[in-house]
Design a binder for this molecule. Structure first.
Ligand code: PEP
Ligand code: MG
Length: 773
């Protein structure tokens, strides 16, 4: 075994191309030897012993050890040359403990010339490792899980090269196959170690799409087992890769065509972006390079995915991290084409309705399932801007993301509740809970059917007050909901939302096209576009990433727009161009003083003049408004009213500034109530001021979509409410059952009370007067 010269690291000196060639040849020879070891008869333990011996010799290391993951997240020394043999199966380290544990926890290689001075070094006397100074270890990964750690050590302080680390990672893939065969550690041990047994379990996450569902779980297992890691013939593997890539690209074209049938919406852009990823030459080249080191095409794809995973997992930027899942989706698809199996999940085995559980998922993977009754989705990763979340929204699938260890704790076939409204997942709920959730889901379906019947009915109270119900939109899919909900228009288009899923700021042409599509989707109904409200909780990594102590009160919205006028002008130019011949309604966010509005208005006028000079068709009409989110504006109303065509209240921000209470701080959630005397007094005065000045007033904060709060607003005099799509049905139902005059009189009676909240009294009113809230 020890007859091979040290050959995997390029020799010092000589020309670089020659070095690389030598390195590649060395790696290929090593791969051949590994293949021989795997093919030779013997137990899995014997193979592992031979592998560590080969690695020690090839890498000129005094020690090579393989640690294997056991139940309870413990790494056990399974094979070694160089450490004391009696330590084998005795030395155990928890994930995170010692350098081996750190490699497992971070899923990253570690190379240290002086390992013992590292703060995480954990000395185990039974191993006799005190004489070894340098250490290099790589995680043994398979399907995104750590199965073990492979380590080499040297007596002298040694700097391990990038090439050596890569070689170790390649060998780790062979070790992963050995561990995954189940002959070293009984797979049942790992299954039992998951804990939880058959008891009900509640897991918390974050809501990526609201809604409720209950059904048996299907575990998304995208990764196919790689049958062979070491290539017989590199040229054949390269050809296999080329063919699989071509077949995959064709299939993605078909997927894009199919997704177009779903109608317009962001999911289309997402799939287009995915197609571009698939055509990326850099990805293909990296896989080809990995094949040239002696891997099969399948192993090369896995190798590049592992690299992507560990590189991108380190990125702090959530947007870029999310793109990793698109890449993984592609890699899984490519594996399927390489294996010759039909792409997509095995249709025949799927239950009629199911909850899909996955570590992470790309948009195309969900599309593969979507027409097969996925009723809910649970992800261990994910964020609201993830492409998979956007596709889920197009299908109205509730999604809870960032659910830790979901794929370990949920078994296929377990009954699972996905509660996207409360951001939680229940596994194996008791029979009563299962039944009660199923009844709620059924009632919701029935209620939704009822809301559909209201679509063309007017939103008029029992005493004849007409209320305009509008939608809040951020994506084109939301605009498409105008027809389905019967909403009169879009009262707030949050133009920053589509930007959150992009990796560069769109140019004027892109923006114009996007707004044009919004007009198209609206089909003649009005849209109020709000200019960019970036900053606060909506961070665009490519624009600003300076941390602020109080971002909600920081450099955001119109403040950025006025400080970066070119950006705001480009947006206004796009809006002016897109609204040629249509009604252009624009509002500016976070205006704190009239002077800011004047400056923003100047930019808009300049763009209108520019469009006129260019001979473009002007908008048919123009209305300009502001969001009332900053309390200071309340004391500038007369001057403001001279300059605007409408005023729109944004309670989400207004309340946090009035009560000095961060809207995103969970410790303060519910601390102050919108239905309290100061808020109601503010609304009352505002309504009066607007009425006197004949200034159209609307509300587009979340408050407008909450039936009991909307009820109160109507009684106070609001006649235009803009809300999330799902709120239209419940609010319209409330409006049609309300006697606004009776509630206004009741509010006159109770409005001045210094109570913490008037909610209880308003709920009692609704009960007593049969108002459907
Ligand atoms: C608001 O502040 O109420 C509002 C509608 O704006 P956003 O929620 O987008 O900050
Ligand atoms: Mg706001």
């Amino acid at each position: 075994m020890n007859d091979a010269p040290a050959s995997v690291a390029p020799p010092a000196g000589g020309n670089a191309a020659g070095n690389l060639e030598g390195h590649v040849t060395g790696v290929r020879r090593l791969m051949r030897r590994l293949r021989d070891i795997m093919a030779r008869p013997g137990t899995a333990q014997e193979r592992l012993d031979r592998i560590v011996a080969l690695v020690a010799a090839e890498m000129v290391a005094e020690v090579c050890s393989a640690y294997v993951m056991r139940a309870g997240e413990v790494l056990e020394l399974f094979a070694t040359v160089g450490l004391r043999p009696e330590a084998v199966h005795r030395t155990r380290l928890h994930v995170g403990e010692g350098l081996v544990g750190v490699i497992a926890a971070t899923e990253r290689p570690l190379a240290l010339a002086d390992a013992q001075s590292h703060p995480d070094f954990a000395y185990r006397p039974e191993t006799g490792e005190e004489i070894f100074h340098s250490l290099m270890g790589v995680p043994v990964l398979r399907g995104g899980r750590v199965l073990g750690v492979l380590v080499v050590q040297n007596r002298t302080p040694r700097r391990y090269t990038e090439e050596e680390i890569e070689v170790a990672q390649t060998i780790a893939m062979v070790v992963a196959e050995l561990i995954a065969s189940g002959d070293l550690v009984n797979p049942l041990e790992m299954a039992q170690g998951r804990g939880g047994g058959l008891l009900p379990v509640r897991l918390d996450g974050i809501s990526l799409n609201p809604g409720l569902a209950v059904a048996p779980a299907v575990l998304h297992e995208p990764r196919l087992a790689i049958r062979q890691v070491v290539a017989e013939d590199v040229a054949i593997e390269l050809e296999r890769l080329r063919r699989a890539m071509a077949a995959m690209q064709q299939a993605i074209d078909a997927l894009v065509a199919a997704s177009h049938k779903l109608g317009a919406g962001e999911h289309r852009e997402v799939i287009e972006a995915y197609r571009m990823f698939a055509a990326d030459r850099g990805w293909f080249d990296r896989i080809s390079d990995a094949i040239k080191t002696g891997l099969t095409a399948e192993a090369a794809v896995e190798r590049v995915s592992d690299e992507n995973r560990s590189r991108m997992a380190q990125l702090g930027d959530p947007y870029l991290r999310e793109r990793l899942f698109d890449l993984e989706d592609l890699a899984n698809r490519l594996q399927q084409f390489l294996s010759g199996e039909a792409p997509g999940p095995p249709v025949a085995d799927l239950p009629p309705e199911f909850i899909l559980v996955a570590h992470a998922m790309g948009p195309a993977e969900l599309l593969d399932y979507a027409h097969r009754r996925v009723v809910g989705l649970v992800l261990e990763e994910g964020s609201p801007t993830a492409h998979v979340a956007i596709v889920a929204r197009a299908f109205d699938i509730p999604v809870v993301g960032r659910v830790q260890n979901a794929t370990d704790r949920i078994e296929a076939g377990d009954i699972v509740v996905v509660d996207g409204d409360r951001s939680l997942v229940l596994i194996r709920p008791s029979e009563d809970i299962h039944q009660s959730v199923a009844a709620t889901v059924a009632a919701r379906i029935e209620r939704r059917a009822y809301y559909d019947t209201l679509r063309d009915q007017p939103a008029v109270t029992r005493d004849g007050v007409a209320v305009s119900l509008l939608l809040n939109a951020g994506l084109l899919i939301d605009v498409a909901q105008l027809a389905a909900t019967g909403a009169e228009g879009v009262g707030l288009f949050r133009t920053e939302i589509p930007l959150l899923t992009r990796d560069a700021f769109p140019d004027v042409a892109d923006q114009t096209e996007f707004y044009r599509r919004a007009y198209e989707q609206a089909d003649g109904k009005p849209i109020v576009f709000r200019t960019l409200d970036i900053g606060g909780d909506k961070v665009l990594p490519y624009l600003t990433n300076a941390a602020e102590d109080n971002p909600a009160m920081g450099w955001r919205a119109i403040r950025i727009g006025l400080d970066r006028p070119a950006m705001l002008r480009q947006q206004l130019r796009a809006l002016v161009r897109a609204s040629a011949g249509c009604d252009l309604r624009v509002k500016f966010p976070m205006i704190a003083e009239v002077a800011e509005l004047d400056r923003a208005r100047e930019l808009l006028d300049a763009e209108l003049a520019r469009a006129a000079a260019e001979g473009g068709t002007p908008p048919r009409s123009l209305k300009v408004g502001v969001m009332l989110e900053v309390p200071a504006l309340l004391w500038q109303l007369p001057a403001l009213f001279e300059r605007i065509d409408f005023l729109s209240v944004g309670t989400n921000d207004l309340v946090q500034f009035l009560y000095a209470c961060d809207r995103g701080n969970p410790r303060l959630a519910g601390r102050y109530d919108l239905l309290s005397a100061p808020m109601l007094a503010l609304f009352r005065q505002l309504v009066e001021a607007c009425r006197a000045a004949q200034m159209p007033l609307s509300m587009c904060g979340e408050m407008a979509g909450n039936p009991i709060e909307a009820m109160t607003l109507i009684a106070l005099g609001f006649r235009t409410l803009s809300m999330a799509t799902t709120a239209i049905g419940p609010v319209k139902t409330m409006v049609r059952s309300l006697d606004a005059g009776a509630l206004a009189r009741y509010l006159d009676e109770i409005g001045g009370r210094p109570d913490h909240s008037l909610r209880g009294r308003l709920e009692a009113f609704a009960r007593d007067h049969a108002v459907a809230v």
